[in-house]
Design a protein around this ligand. Structure first.
Ligand code: PLP
Ligand code: COI
Length: 344
């Protein structure tokens, strides 16, 4: 049920779905997208034979609209979400969406739901979720011939309830999230279903999330269920190379740029053995994502080996990067890279 924006406690939001006013829907039929339009947020009808329901033919994106101090509404690099959406669409054998249509439709959804953008002081945001599903009926395994492109939004607070506090991760020796040649680099719905049980098990043991390793050697760091992984080693920012098994994070890409250009750090995208995290050279770790922003990692544990970073306090570089990134996103630090879209 739609919630009146006046009844929302924007200062105590978690990362959960709250219904807003409007959503955008565009339909693909006979090889073409219709123009699409804003409609009241509500249920959609699907055939039980829809390809999304049977074979998981679906992809999504995630980005945030923020309210800056002066009231301006900002988006962060939405054209990068458009590019990634189309990379995902290609891998899942789905039709492309014109990037301009993707970004313009997001802006329409934000404007239509403006009253749900949390105030600047709350630190919250309007999370925007573009998605595409195969809606056409299909029985044999083949792409649908009809699709729906939908954008909805929800006001959110921090993804990890800890906020900008360090989280504890369990390195899984049992589960992996993707494999070479698979769909790990894409934001396909099916990549996430398989991470729910591992996350629940890790949480029951007191961890915030799982840190996955590669599926062949069970040694190299892959990523966290919904965020990329970075380690600081000897003043170098190290992140696992994007080998097709890792989602190419827009926050990660931005953090690499900020480390090089603003903190004069070296960056390395390479295979990163989990064993390196347990050496003295590794002084800070954090994860990055739209929902996770930059979340410090207080400890990693694999079986009985535990490594605690910086007494579980956010490290110096992690903190600097967090301040730079969120400062740019909230128009408090000059946007030297043309990352911000202002919505008027
Ligand atoms: N990895 C996974 C599996 C994700 O779901 C996300 C979130 O989008 C990320 C990484 C971080 O990507 P981004 O920074 O583009 O949000
Ligand atoms: C995001 O950070 O936008 C994500 O998609 C992560 C998660 C909520 C799936």
């Amino acid at each position: 049920m739609q919630v009146n924006s006046k009844d929302i406690d924007f200062y105590n939001l978690g990362f959960g779905f709250i219904e807003t006013n409007k959503m955008f829907i565009s339909d693909y039929k006979n090889g073409n997208w219709d123009e699409g339009n804003l409609v009241p947020l509500g249920l959609i009808q699907l055939s039980p034979a829809a390809s999304i329901l049977n074979y998981g033919q679906g992809i999504f994106e995630g980005l945030k609209a923020l309210r800056a101090k002066n009231g301006t509404i900002t988006l962060f690099r939405p054209e990068e979400n458009a590019k990634r959406f189309n990379r995902s669409a290609e891998r899942l054998f789905m039709p492309r969406i014109d990037s301009k249509k993707f970004v313009d439709s997001i802006k329409k959804v934000v404007k239509a739901n403006e009253e749900y953008i949390p105030p600047y002081e709350s630190g919250g945001s309007l999370y925007i979720r573009p998605l595409m599903i195969g809606s056409g009926p299909i029985l044999g395994i083949a792409p649908a011939d009809e699709y729906k492109f939908i954008i909805f939004s929800s006001p959110v607070g921090p993804y990890f309830p800890e906020g900008f506090k360090a989280i504890d991760l369990e390195i899984s020796t049992k589960y992996t999230r993707s494999s070479v040649g698979g769909t790990g680099f894409s934001k396909s719905c099916s990549n996430y279903a398989g991470t729910m049980m591992p996350a629940k098990e890790a949480k029951s043991r007191g961890f915030s999330q799982v840190l996955y390793l590669d599926s062949i050697h069970r040694e190299y760091v892959n990523e966290v269920g919904a965020a990329n992984f970075c380690a600081v080693m000897d003043n170098t920012l190290v992140t696992p190379e994007l080998d097709g098994t890792i989602l190419e994070g827009i926050t990660l890409k931005s953090v690499l740029k900020l480390s090089e250009k603003k903190l004069n750090m070296r960056t390395e995208e390479r295979k990163l053995s989990y064993k390196e995290l347990f050496t003295d050279a590794c002084t800070e770790c954090f994860c990055t994502g739209t929902a996770a922003v930059i979340t410090p990692i207080g400890s990693v544990q694999i079986e009985h080996s535990l490594k605690v970073f910086n007494k579980k306090l956010p490290g110096e570089i992690t903190t600097k990067l967090y301040q730079l990134l969120t400062g740019i996103q909230r128009l408090e630090i000059k946007d030297d890279f043309n990352w911000i879209h202002e919505i008027s």
